[in-house]
Design a binder for this molecule. Structure first.
Ligand SMILES: [Zn+2]
Length: 320
């Protein structure tokens, strides 16, 4: 197994040093953003910890490594929500605690990965605290979070914290140019939060045309000759991604008012700034942020209806 993402090389070599010298913390919190390839770091770490021959990398041939490759190692425990978007329950953590107090099946280390840690219910988090404090060199906990602000301080304070670094634009563009043959429009990394894997996925799915379609239909709507019902339907079909694009368009247009004109701005930003006042852009990007948070938090909501509501109010504001 090799590391394919150059921006992770530094953190991985520090982790390897810790594993090699026995100084790696037995309770670690890994803080990341989506789209940085963090899974690969976690996989490398897990294989290294479980390997029976080496301390800081997997030999690939020992019994432990073979069990890890078969995803069948009795001392490796991945704790995650049973369904995406659900919680990690207190029962799951109690099972963890029990296993942490037993001796390992293969007389090596036991590893517990909790992913993502913010999915734990409060009682699950409380159940974990004592075990985290008592974890030993042979019983390792790696907690992963993509929403650091939601992790309980009591959990946070018991862990050594590491932040997955974001690549610089240059490192990311160099990496992307090796991965894709097409040229990269400058706004693409920007609307993907400068996250390399998300940007790559955007290019592979050829989402550029979709972006331009959304921008075009959005302009039609604010000029009051578009079909907001069809735009709401389109936006809700992949709302997490598409609403983010619209949010970037609105916030870039606000920056135009501050005299900024960056090459990576969304293509329609300048035109939009010419159509709407700064106050309206600010209000609408703000209410869009709230809508996005709401949709993320409550997965059962009717996104199409809520987006339609937002667009309708947007138009009323434009006309008023
Ligand atoms: Zn091995």
């Amino acid at each position: 197994m090799t590391l394919n993402y150059p921006w992770l090389a530094n953190i991985w070599s520090k982790w390897q040093f810790g594993l090699e010298h026995g100084t790696f913390s037995s309770a670690t919190l890994l803080i990341s953003e989506p789209g940085l390839g963090t899974e690969q770091l976690v996989n490398l770490f897990s294989s290294a910890v479980m390997c029976g021959n080496y301390a800081s990398e997997a030999c690939g041939v020992c019994h432990s490594c073979q069990l890890m490759q078969a995803r069948n190692h009795p001392d490796f425990h991945l704790v995650k929500p049973e369904k995406e978007g659900k919680t990690i329950t207190v029962e799951q953590i109690r099972t963890c605690n029990r296993l942490a107090h037993e001796s390992s099946q293969l007389s090596g280390k036991r590893l517990f990965i909790i992913d993502p840690v913010e999915s734990m219910t409060e009682s699950a988090a409380n159940a974990l605290l004592k075990t985290l404090e008592e974890s030993t060199k042979t019983c390792v906990f790696l907690l992963i979070t993509y929403k650091c602000h939601q992790v309980l301080p009591t959990v946070m304070s018991r862990c050594q914290r590491w932040q997955v670094p974001k690549p610089s634009s240059q490192v990311m563009l160099e990496w992307l140019s090796k991965e894709v043959s097409s040229t990269l429009p400058s706004f693409v990394a920007h609307i993907n939060d400068n996250a390399p894997l998300a940007t790559l996925s955007f290019l592979e799915r050829e989402q550029g045309d979709k972006y331009h379609q959304i921008e075009r239909e959005f302009f039609d709507c604010i000029k009051l000759n578009g079909d907001i019902t069809s735009l709401a339907k389109l936006l809700s079909s992949s709302h997490e991604e598409y609403l983010k694009w619209v949010w970037y368009l609105l916030t870039d247009a606000q920056k135009v008012y501050f005299g900024l004109d960056e090459a990576y701005f969304t293509p329609g930003a300048k035109v939009l700034a010419g159509c709407l006042s700064y106050e309206k852009l600010y209000q609408q990007s703000d209410s869009l942020s709230r809508l996005t948070e709401q949709l993320k938090e409550y997965t059962g909501l009717n996104s199409e209806l809520l987006i339609l509501n937002w667009l309708t109010k947007f138009n009323e504001e434009v006309c008023s």
